[in-house]
Write a protein that binds this ligand. Structure first.
Ligand code: UT7
Length: 328
C-alpha cells in the first residue's frame, strides 16, 4: 500500500495586514521586512480559530477528493497554537466536520508538524490500519506573538491547510520516502512558555512571574543558520535514499519561513530557484500550515501534474526538520 494525496484545501483569516500597516504598531518599515524576509503581508485572525480554520480547510480537501466526512478514518492535526490544551484541536475538527468514524489527535512539532503528520499517516496507511486520513496544519500564531518584539512578530501569519491522503495500490504515485530529525539540545532558540507549575506543593509561578515571557522567543540568526545548513543536508539524504538527484525533482515545496532561507537552500543544493514555489510574500510564516497551504495553491492553480516529483521539507522549533519525496 502507498499513501497518495487526493484532495487539498486551505483557509485564511479574512483580515490582511500589510507591512505598512505594521508601521502603525511598531518601529519598522516595509523595506526592512521585505528585504530581510520577503514578506509583504499576512492574514491575522479577527476571531477565526485554529479549529475553525482547520475545519474549513478539511471540508475543502474532502470535497476535492470526493470523500464524505464519515469516510475519514483518522485526523492528524499539527499545531503549536491550539485554543485548548484539552480537548485536542483534532477532536474539535472531528466534531465540526462530522467525521464521526475518525480517531483524532494533535501533533506538535511546530513548523515541521505537517510533514511529521504526513509521515505518520504514511506509516498508518502502509501498515494497513487506516485508509483515509486527513492531515492538517493550522495556526493562529498572532496570539503567541509579543507585538512589541519587532524582530519576531513581523514574520508570522495565521492560516490552515489540509490534505486527504488515501491508501492506493503500490505504483508510481504516492509518498516514496522520508527523513525526519529532531535536535532538542537547541530547543531554546525558538520557544514559547506554557503556564508555570502551580499546585499546593509548588508555586513556580509565584517565584518566576515577570521573569519569563509567555510569548514566542526567537534567536533569529541561530534559526537561520540551522535552517540553511540542515535543510539542504536533509533533502540530499532523502534524495540519496531514493536514488534521485536534485535535477530529477520538479518542485521543492519548502516551509515558508523566509525567502533568504529558501534561496540559500536552493543555492546549497545547486537547484534552480524557479523550482521553489513561494507564497510567503502574501501569507508570512504560518508554521505547520505553510506547506499544506502552498500545496493547495499549487494544486488549485493546476501547477501539479500527475507524475511530478515533489520534495516537501519542513523545519522549525524543537528543533525539528524533515523532508519527503512525493510523486503527485
Ligand atoms: O519557522 C522558522 C521561523 N524563524 C525564522 O525563519 C527566523 C530566521 N531568521 C531570520 O529570518 C532573521 O534572523 C530575521 C529576519 C528574524 C532578522 O534578520 P537579521 O538580519 O538577523 O536581523 P538582526 O536580528 O541582526 O537585526 C538587525 C537590525 C537590528 O538593529 P541594530 O541593532 O543593528 O541597530 C534590529 O534591531 O535590525 C533591527 N530590526 C528591525 N528593524 C526594523 C529587527 N527587527 C526589525 C524590524 N524592523 N521589524
Amino acid at each position: 500500500m502507498k499513501m497518495k494525496i487526493t484532495g487539498t484545501g486551505s483557509a485564511l483569516p479574512r483580515k490582511v495586514v500589510t507591512n505598512t500597516q505594521l508601521t502603525e504598531w511598531m518601529d519598522t518599515s516595509d523595506e526592512w521586512i521585505r528585504e530581510r524576509t520577503g514578506i509583504a503581508e499576512r492574514h491575522l485572525s479577527t476571531g477565526e480559530t485554529v479549529a475553525s480554520l482547520a475545519a474549513e480547510a478539511c471540508r475543502k480537501a474532502l470535497e476535492q477528493a470526493g470523500k464524505t466526512a464519515e469516510e475519514v478514518d483518522m485526523i492528524l492535526l499539527a499545531t503549536c497554537s491550539p485554543e485548548y490544551l484539552l480537548p485536542c484541536c483534532a477532536c474539535q475538527v472531528q466534531q465540526e466536520i462530522g467525521a464521526v468514524n475518525a480517531v483524532a489527535f494533535d501533533i506538535n512539532a511546530a513548523c515541521s508538524g505537517f510533514l511529521f503528520g504526513l509521515t505518520t499517516a504514511n506509516a498508518y496507511i502502509q501498515s494497513g490500519m487506516y485508509r483515509n486520513i486527513l492531515i492538517v496544519g493550522s495556526e493562529v500564531l498572532s496570539k503567541l506573538m509579543d507585538w512589541e518584539d519587532r524582530s519576531t512578530c513581523i514574520l508570522f501569519g495565521d492560516g490552515a491547510g489540509a490534505v486527504l491522503a488515501e491508501a492506493v495500490e503500490d505504483g508510481e504515485s504516492g509518498l516514496v520516502d522520508s527523513v525526519q530529525r529532531s535536535d532538542g539540545s537547541k530547543g531554546m532558540v525558538l520557544s514559547c512558555r506554557e503556564r508555570m507549575i502551580s499546585n499546593p506543593l509548588y508555586k513556580e509561578a509565584a517565584e518566576r512571574t515577570n521573569q519569563e515571557s509567555f510569548y514566542v522567543q526567537m534567536d533569529g540568526q541561530a534559526v537561520y543558520r540551522f535552517a540553511t545548513r540542515q535543510v539542504p543536508a536533509c533533502i540530499r539524504e532523502v534524495l540519496e535514499k531514493t536514488g534521485l538527484t536534485v535535477e530529477d525533482i520538479d518542485l521543492f515545496v519548502l516551509h515558508q519561513a523566509n525567502v533568504r532561507i529558501i534561496e540559500a537552500v536552493a543555492k546549497r543544493l545547486g537547484a534552480d530557484i524557479g523550482k521553489f514555489p513561494m507564497n510567503l510574500d502574501r501569507v508570512g510564516n504560518m508554521s505547520s500550515a505553510t506547506i499544506p497551504v502552498l500545496l493547495d495553491e499549487l494544486n488549485r492553480e493546476g501547477r501539479l501534474h500527475s507524475g511530478d516529483r515533489l520534495v516537501l521539507s519542513g523545519f522549525g522549533a524543537g528543533l525539528t526538520y524533515g523532508s519527503c519525496i512525493l510523486i503527485w
